[in-house]
Design a protein around this ligand. Structure first.
Ligand SMILES: Cc1cc2nc3c(=O)[nH]c(=O)nc-3n(C[C@H](O)[C@H](O)[C@H](O)COP(=O)(O)OP(=O)(O)OC[C@H]3O[C@@H](n4cnc5c(N)ncnc54)[C@H](O)[C@@H]3O)c2cc1C
Length: 503
């Protein structure tokens, strides 16, 4: 098996996060090697839900709309034996051009991500190849790789990304550790095909005797997650007879096909830092969340979007190495907030005893009668915004825009149809003028340096804010903003922040 001697970035782990990073790096023109010790995609039942942010990142990676099947979820309902439905989350509609919540089949998404990454010039993907150890110093990274046939080779790289999952050996090698708690409860996950009266939404059966999230998935699939009771064992729970009994309220086991089943223990843990020296952690290697908010893979995709362009801009000499520090600064606080949300959802779903269940579900049912509280919960006000307090953006500005995501809209395309604005902006930096062309406000010198730093200009409709101008990073975070008359200053300050050679 051919392994390159030298690349810009080596990615350890070709799960969904490693594959997304490889696809992004390839798109940015970075020579990348991605390896996975397994021969093929891991088939266990894992992620099932993605939100609009994840879908926007997959658009950024370059996956077409139909790359994998999705089931749009209009609502998440929570009910319990005592109060019936005590809470609901409205997930109908779209944000930034994507449904707020969909379910999907993880192996199909992983296949699409791998196919896309491998189509990028400069990306080499190798499965059945384990990263055994690595060193990193001022000169670069030297990673020792071993193929399944026992051949060992060394690859040199400028940076290494550990997207190697929960038991990350990259994390251990750089001496970082997880902080946080491990849930004592185990859960049985069952995926089945062919349930006759499938629901069209996600429901949390919040019965303290047996909490059971239950949801529809594409292509006739259904998932159930059953919390194990004290004394129940993995072996006993994974038996066909047990699953048949558990599924009784929903389906006859002989009329459906059990596709996958597995018992998991969930964790709520974050690594103390997401990078050290030339090594970066992403996905489950950096953070683990219980799945009650459906945010584990979503957080990993946010890592991918945040890290890939920074590595690419440094490798291609468009930014100084210092910007890589902002990966941890921006991503870790948000990952912590999402884990807190998942723990909160977990307390709703799985109160540990009947007294707590009555108190928690009763309080939720009461809050539902107070319109502002109801709206806050139902319209996802509890979900932390993908915005940074600190990081690679010019602090200040009005409306808290800087450091937050630039919204996506639809715009007329050259061919007379409509296209999504992210597709119009493309993969680099954008100087966006709302209702005006900002390029006209740039001097020849700035325009040249902006272009060298991977920047371009675009005009997007902005009826209410005509004349406003924003610097948007490749990951769609707003870096700077101001009146279009000051576009020259916005560009110069942004280039300086990047440490771009021209600045
Ligand atoms: C039951 C369950 C339900 C979930 N539901 C959701 C959900 O609804 N929504 C959501 O967003 N997330 C969910 N998640 C979480 C989601 O599945 C994970 O966050 C995601 O799969 C992690 O992807 P990853 O690429 O970071 O890691 P992984 O998929 O674990 O990939 C890591 C890869 O690294 C490889 N590797 C490890 N060590 C080495 C080495 N030394 N050399 C080479 N290769 C190596 C492994 O073989 C593996 O393929 C759920 C998880 C579970 C368990």
């Amino acid at each position: 098996m051919f392994l390159p001697d030298e690349v810009d970035v080596v990615i350890v782990g070709y799960g969904p996060v490693g594959a997304a990073i490889a696809g992004l790096l390839g798109g940015y023109g970075v020579r990348t090697l991605v390896v996975d010790k397994l021969p093929d995609i891991w088939m266990s039942p894992r992620a099932i839900a993605l939100d609009n942010e994840a879908l926007r990142i997959l658009q950024m990676v370059g996956l077409p709309e139909d790359a994998f099947a999705k089931e749009v979820i209009p609502q998440v309902r929570m009910h319990c034996p005592l109060f019936g439905e005590f809470a609901r989350i409205n997930t109908a509609g779209t944000v930034d051009g994507h449904p707020k919540l969909v379910t999907f089949y993880q192996p199909e998404l992983e296949r699409a991500l791998r196919d896309h990454a491998e189509r990028q010039l400069g990306v080499t993907a190798r499965t059945g190849v384990e990263m055994v150890r690595f060193q990193h110093d001022r000169e670069g990274v030297r990673a020792v790789l071993r193929t399944s046939a026992g051949y060992e080779g060394v690859v040199r790289a400028r940076y290494l990304v550990g997207a190697d999952g929960a038991s990350s050996s990259v994390r251990t090698a750089i001496g970082l550790d997880f902080e946080g708690t491990t849930y004592g409860e185990d859960w049985l996950i069952v995926d089945a095909v062919g349930v006759a009266d499938n629901i069209d939404h996600v429901e949390f059966v919040c019965d303290p005797d047996r909490p059971t999230p239950h949801m529809v998935a594409p292509n006739g699939r259904t998932r159930w997650e059953f919390m194990l009771r004290p004394g129940e064992t993995r072996e006993e729970m994974e038996k066909d007879s047990t699953i048949e009994r558990l599924l009784k309220p929903w389906a006859n086991a002989d009329e459906i096909r059990i596709e996958r089943k597995a018992v998991y223990r969930f964790h709520a843990r974050v690594c103390e830092r997401f990078s050290k020296g030339r090594a970066f952690l992403a996905g489950d290697a950096a953070h683990l969340t219980p799945p009650f908010a459906g945010q584990g893979l979503v957080a990993g995709l946010r890592d991918a979007a945040n890290l890939a362009w920074k590595l690419a801009w440094v490798v291609r000499g468009r930014a100084s190495e210092g910007i890589l520090e902002t990966y941890d600064q921006e991503r870790r606080p948000h990952a912590v907030k999402m884990i807190r949300l998942a723990k909160f959802m977990g307390q709703l779903v799985m109160p540990r005893d009947h007294v707590r269940a009555v108190l928690i579900h009763g309080a939720m049912a009461l809050l539902r009668r107070i319109p502002p509280a109801r709206t806050y919960f139902e319209e996802l006000g509890i979900k932390p915004e993908n915005a940074f307090a600190e990081g690679l953006f010019v602090r200040g500005g009005r409306g808290g825009r800087r450091g937050a995501w630039f919204p996506q809209s639809t715009v007329p395309s050259d061919a007379g149809a409509v296209q999504r604005s992210d597709d119009l902006l493309g993969p680099g930096f954008s100087l966006v003028g709302l209702g005006v062309d900002p390029a006209q406000s740039l001097s020849e010198w700035s325009a040249r340096h902006w272009s060298r730093a991977g920047g371009r200009s675009a005009c997007l409709p902005g009826a209410e804010e005509r004349g406003w101008c924003l610097v948007v990073r490749p990951d769609r975070t707003v870096m700077h903003d101001g009146p279009v008359a000051e576009a020259e200053r916005l560009v110069t300050e942004s280039l300086r922040l990047l440490g771009a050679p021209a600045a």
